[in-house]
Each structure stands twice: as structure tokens, then as C-alpha cells.
Write a protein that binds this ligand. Structure first.
Ligand code: 13P
Length: 260
């Protein structure tokens, strides 16, 4: 069945020890019982995955890895494979986060190898895309989004709509406190749908889940989630605080009921 509840995903980046993550997940598992109108997904660092599995064993809260290697195994020091993530209970993986692209120099070719590797292994994917400030200022946002989607999804015959989620994360809004306006985010999400339709003519593009990420807080969540085409959030800083994170989920649950 098509699950169209807003996805409220927490990207913890390189924050929280396994113990801190465990405590957060235990508290969230209780709070999530009253928030069945949203879908929670936690992305702790790889070292915390097993603790999260333990904390969430009877919970509807999902979790995943922040990155993975495209190979199933091998001499790749410091890397994690899809089967290792699955063995820790992950159902999800983030691929192509802007920090992976810009700090660790992952290329679209790298990401293009990772996406089918993750899907084939049985993981669902959140693929992150987004433009730099200078690209937006140069008026090339649409071109950047098109190039990323085209190159990252190259070779895929179909778009598995239930298992592949897009996160639009303008790089200038990540960790800066500068959030995209509802108009900017809404327009980018609409563009992404148009581009996906061009790439996959048979895709029921209205069913693709597109998350917004970049300085999402409880103070701006309502205005963003109200926008048609924004199907949830990928949250960094504000997801580290359980009260902020749950507040964003509560707001999303209420506003989505109004939107439907
Ligand atoms: P912030 O919410 O801290 O801006 O981070 C967004 C992000 O990168 C989520 O993946």
C-alpha cells in the first residue's frame, strides 16, 4: 500500500555516541506511539546502529545508515556495505548527502553505483540533491538538479517509487540557519517532479516522496510542510534534540491532515 504519511527523518551526522543515540531512540519509541500520522526514520552514525536496533525492536520507528559503499565487500578500509547495514537492522540508507559530495568528493558516478547496490540488497534509499549558493545565484538551480538526477539515476530502468525517496537539500541552507522560503522549496520540488517525469515517462510522479532539508526547525516546519509537493523533512541540527524533533513531527502530522 502507498504510505503517504510525511517522512520525518533525522540525519545525526557525526553527532551522538551509541549510548546517547540509544537513549534518544528509547524516548522516541514511546513518543511515536501517539504520532502514527508520520513516519520516523533515524540516521545515526554507523557505530550506533546496533544500539538503535536494540532500542527500537518493538517500535514503528525506522532507521538507516548515513552512507554505504557500492561493493558488497572488499578491501575498502573505513567503509560499510549494504549487507552490513542490513545486518544491523537498517531498512534505509542516505546516498549523496551534500557533505559526502562536497567534503568527501563523492562523484555522481560513485552515487550511480551505490543506488542500485543499495536497492538490490534490500535497502530503501534517500537520495540527496541540491544546488550550491553560487549555482542558485547564477540561475542554474534547475540545471544542477537535472544533472544530479540524470547522472545519479543513470542506467535505472524504472524508479522504484516506494523505495527511493528524494531529499532536496539546497547546500546554502544546510547548517546555516538560512531556510529556503516555502516558494523556493515548493518550486524546486515541482522541478524535481518534472525532471523525474522526463527521465521516467511511466513513473506516477505524484507518488514520489520528496523531502526538504536545510535548517528545518519547529519554527519553520509548518510553513514548509503546508506546501504541496513537500512530503517530509530530512533534519540535521534540530533532530539532535528530541523535543525539537518531536515538535516538528507533531506539526507535520497536524498540517498534513489539513493539507489532505
Ligand atoms: P540542518 O538541518 O542542520 O541544516 O542539516 C540538514 C541536513 O543536512 C540533513 O541531511
Amino acid at each position: 500500500m502507498n504510505d503517504n504519511r510525511p517522512i520525518i527523518a533525522a540525519n545525526w551526522k557525526m553527532y551522538k555516541t551509541p549510548q546517547e543515540g540509544h537513549q534518544f531512540a528509547q524516548e522516541l519509541a514511546i513518543k511515536a506511539l501517539n504520532l502514527t500520522g508520520v513516519r520516523f526514520i533515524l540516521f545515526p552514525s554507523a557505530t550506533g546502529l546496533f544500539h538503535i536496533l536494540e532500542a527500537l525492536k518493538d517500535s514503528s520507528v525506522e532507521f538507516g545508515g548515513q552512507n554505504m559503499h557500492s561493493a558488497s565487500e572488499g578491501a575498502f578500509t573505513g567503509e560499510t556495505s549494504a549487507s552490513m547495514l542490513l545486518a544491523c537492522g537498517c531498512r534505509w540508507v542516505i546516498i549523496g548527502h551534500s557533505e559526502r559530495r562536497h567534503i568527501f568528493h563523492e562523484t555522481d558516478a560513485d552515487l550511480c553505483a551505490k543506488i542500485p547496490a543499495a536497492l538490490d540488497a534490500g535497502l530503501n534509499v534517500i537520495l540527496c540533491i541540491g544546488e550550491l549558493l553560487e549555482e542558485r545565484q547564477a540561475g542554474s538551480t534547475e540545471e544542477v538538479l537535472r544533472q544530479q538526477l540524470q547522472d545519479d539515476l543513470a542506467g535505472m530502468e524504472s524508479f522504484p517509487v516506494e523505495r527511493l525517496v528524494i531529499a532536496y537539500e539546497p547546500v546554502w541552507a544546510i547548517g546555516t540557519g538560512v531556510v529556503a522560503t516555502p516558494e523556493q522549496a515548493g518550486e524546486a520540488h515541482a522541478r524535481v517532479r518534472v525532471i523525474l517525469q522526463e527521465l521516467f515517462p511511466d513513473l506516477p510522479v505524484e507518488r514520489v516522496r520528496i523531502l526538504y532539508g536545510g535548517s528545518v526547525k519547529s519554527a519553520n516546519a509548518a510553513q514548509l510542510i503546508k506546501i504541496p509537493g513537500i512530503d517530509g523533512f530530512l533534519i540535521g541540527g534540530a533532530s539532535l534534540d528530541i523535543d525539537q524533533y518531536v515538535k516538528i513531527a507533531e506539526i507535520s502530522q497536524i498540517e498534513t491532515k489539513v493539507k489532505l
